[in-house]
Design a protein around this ligand. Structure first.
Ligand code: C2E
Ligand code: MG
Ligand code: MG
Length: 279
């Protein structure tokens, strides 16, 4: 059933031999994640997002990290979708918000309060009616002004349950946090949501960035996105910048911000303050 649902629903799937193996693996991972949560195996890392014009980086994306000897390189891209189906996303999501704000609060105490964070939200978190209240309380507890927090959502989560999501996004805006579209260009959606939801930031998916400047179609697409966003007053962040040629292309075409291994890998909280960035 879940395989059919993952294909977008309205479909059927036959049970096959390798599914059994995959399900076993998922059950094992689910168990490891649940016990890992109690054993403090989750932590946060921070990837700088570069302001291309000012050559500065005061914005960081918060990324979840899971450390376990049996699953050494398991990415959130693998375990977040699983946590969504099992409900574990709720405590994990709260952990991310609480700890991200706690780290920001600690940085505030260490120096000036110039840093801002982008935090990823999965579709199910956006369905949770207690989410905005929780975020509000945490912002208050850590004395963080809401404008320093950007919530990243994907295009696909906008499509899931439109009126409910619309309400939650409105509440997030009322609270004063900003909204970014993550992995822009990979989802199925109509661009009209850019107007309807008052999006602040578009993050161009790394799959497009990978192929510039050699691929003409992708290069044109990125130029188009940058120009469209500028007309709409939306800030553009390029994701997954790994090479100098890609960075040069973005500078040349007036992209606002960028992140990727070229500048810096995600770092632990204690390195945010003195992280060396390759501009
Ligand atoms: P994302 O939000 O698009 O995050 C960017 C991913 O690309 C991260 O992978 C990051 O480590 C990786 N990345 C950054 N720069 C480069 C680069 O130059 N090249 C390449 N190849 N990759 C780069 P990560 O940490 O494995 O996260 C994967 C996805 O998991 C994220 O994609 C996001 O959708 C999700 N995720 C991560 N943390 C959280 C979280 O706290 N909550 C939720 N709901 N989802 C999260
Ligand atoms: Mg993201
Ligand atoms: Mg992304």
């Amino acid at each position: 059933m879940y395989h059919a649902k993952n294909r977008g629903g309205d479909a059927y799937e036959f049970f096959e031999g390798d599914m059994h193996e995959r399900i076993e693996k998922q059950l094992q991972l689910d168990h490891v994640l649940r016990t890992g949560f109690l054993e403090d195996r989750f932590s946060l890392v921070f990837q700088p997002i570069i302001d291309i014009k000012n050559k500065s980086s005061e914005l960081f994306e918060v990324l979840l990290h899971f450390s376990h000897p049996d699953f050494p390189n398991v990415s959130p891209a693998e375990f977040i979708p699983l946590a969504e189906t099992t409900g574990l996303i709720r405590p994990i999501g709260q952990f991310v918000i609480r700890n991200a704000l706690l780290h920001l609060h600690a940085l505030d105490n260490q120096g000036d309060a110039r840093y801002s964070l982008t935090i990823n939200l999965s579709p199910r978190q956006l369905q949770d009616e207690t989410f905005v209240g929780f975020l509000h309380d945490q912002l208050k507890d850590y004395r963080i002004s809401p404008g320093r927090i950007i919530l990243e959502i994907t295009e696909n989560s906008l499509m899931e349950n439109n009126s409910r999501i619309e309400k939650i996004l409105e509440q997030i805006r009322e609270l004063g946090c900003l909204i970014a579209i993550d992995d822009f260009g990979t989802g199925f959606s109509s661009l009209s949501y850019l107007r309807r939801f008052e999006v602040d930031i578009l993050k161009i998916d790394q799959s497009f960035i990978q192929r510039v400047p050699d691929d003409e179609a992708d290069s044109n697409l990125i130029r188009g996105i940058i120009n469209m966003a500028r007309e709409l007053g939306i800030v553009v962040i390029a994701e997954g910048v790994e090479k100098k040629e890609q960075y040069d292309f973005l500078i040349e075409n007036g992209c606002d911000m960028a992140q990727g291994f070229y500048f810096s890998k995600p770092v632990k909280a204690e390195h945010v303050y003195n992280n060396k960035i390759n501009y």
